[in-house]
Design a protein around this ligand. Structure first.
Ligand code: NAP
Length: 287
């Protein structure tokens, strides 16, 4: 039987730490603040934004919501981001994705100041991941690394197989495992004989977006299995990309869905807001 990796517990510890650091910064006269931009009426985006604002409130972080109309123009959105970039009282800026189709997400991401980019999607921040010299990391892969750390799972010398090569999850995930001295393989939809690859994994990170895709026969005995997926099964129930029932008996450690990676993504966002505030404070000292 695998040890269940408790994302809720690890996330709670990270949130407690973020709260503590927020208090410390406040004592130094620095209120941690996060601007949250939402454009249009996407119901899923509204839920995500509400959760992020709730997390901010719980950590003592000031969140300022900018709810923009569905028909907001590219120029209007960029003008708002530019204003927030130049506002010293705003530490972090988050623009909830996806944006309505008429808006160019890439340009929007690139218009956020890298120092305030709490999602760490800006090309400067993604580039820094390559060199290993970073302040802000994308929330989900950073959350996975925190889970491994919390359970003393060392990637050194291990074959780490990441399924998925998105800019948000798969690619940065692979790079972070590499920085921890893993031997990393990245798989994707064009990988030939995926099971042959996954069966070699000591640490398997799955970020595909297909419900229960990875089954027990694809996993090595004793593997650590991290399920990033957030999908719905045939009954509409939340599940991951890993078929938990067939994989769990073979794994040494496994993340459940829900309660694994999901809470970590939320917690790391708060950690990133605190980091952004520290960056802002350090700049003030230099001035
Ligand atoms: P994405 O951008 O759609 O990327 C999916 C990746 O999976 C792609 O690289 C794709 O390959 C690969 N893939 C698709 N079908 C495959 C197959 N049959 N065999 C091998 N690889 C395949 O998705 P994402 O944003 O990375 O998210 C992945 C999953 O994680 C989703 O379920 C998402 O909801 C979840 N997620 C969860 C959290 C969280 O907090 N828990 C955060 C972010 C994302 P190609 O590149 O070749 O197309």
């Amino acid at each position: 039987m695998a040890i269940l990796i408790d994302g809720k517990k690890v996330a709670a510890d990270i949130l407690a730490d973020a709260s503590e650091k927020t208090k410390e910064l406040k004592a130094q006269g620095k209120e941690v603040s996060l601007a949250v931009i939402i454009v249009g009426n996407n119901p899923a985006s509204r839920v995500y934004v509400n959760n992020k604002e709730k997390d901010c409130a719980n950590c003592g972080i000031r969140s300022i919501e900018y709810a923009l109309d569905e028909n907001t123009t590219q120029e209007e959105l960029e003008a708002l981001i530019n204003k927030l970039n130049n506002d010293d009282s705003v530490d972090g800026i988050l623009c909830q994705l996806p944006l309505p189709k008429h808006l160019d997400e890439k340009i929007v991401i690139e218009s956020i100041s890298p120092d305030k980019d709490v999602d760490a999607f800006h090309p400067i921040n993604t580039g820094k991941i390559m060199s290993g010299d970073y302040n802000l990391l994308p929330c989900t892969p950073a959350g996975v690394m925190e889970l491994l750390k919390a359970y003393d799972i060392d990637a050194t010398g291990k074959h780490c197989v990441v399924i998925g090569r998105s800019n948000i999850v798969g690619k940065p995930m692979a790079m972070l495992l590499l920085h921890k001295n893993g031997t990393v393989s990245i798989c994707h939809s064009r990988t030939k004989d995926l099971a042959e690859m996954t069966k070699q994994a000591d640490i398997l990170v799955v970020a595909i977006g297909k419900a229960k895709f990875v089954t027990g026969d694809m996993v090595k005995e004793g593997a650590v299995v991290i399920d990033v997926g957030m999908d719905r099964d045939e009954n509409g129930k939340l599940c991951g990309d890993v078929d938990f029932d067939s994989v769990e008996p073979k794994a040494s450690y496994i993340t459940p869905v829900p309660g694994g990676v999901g809470p970590m993504t939320r917690a790391i966002l708060m950690q990133n807001a605190v980091t952004a505030a520290k960056i802002s404070l350090s700049k003030k000292v230099v001035k």
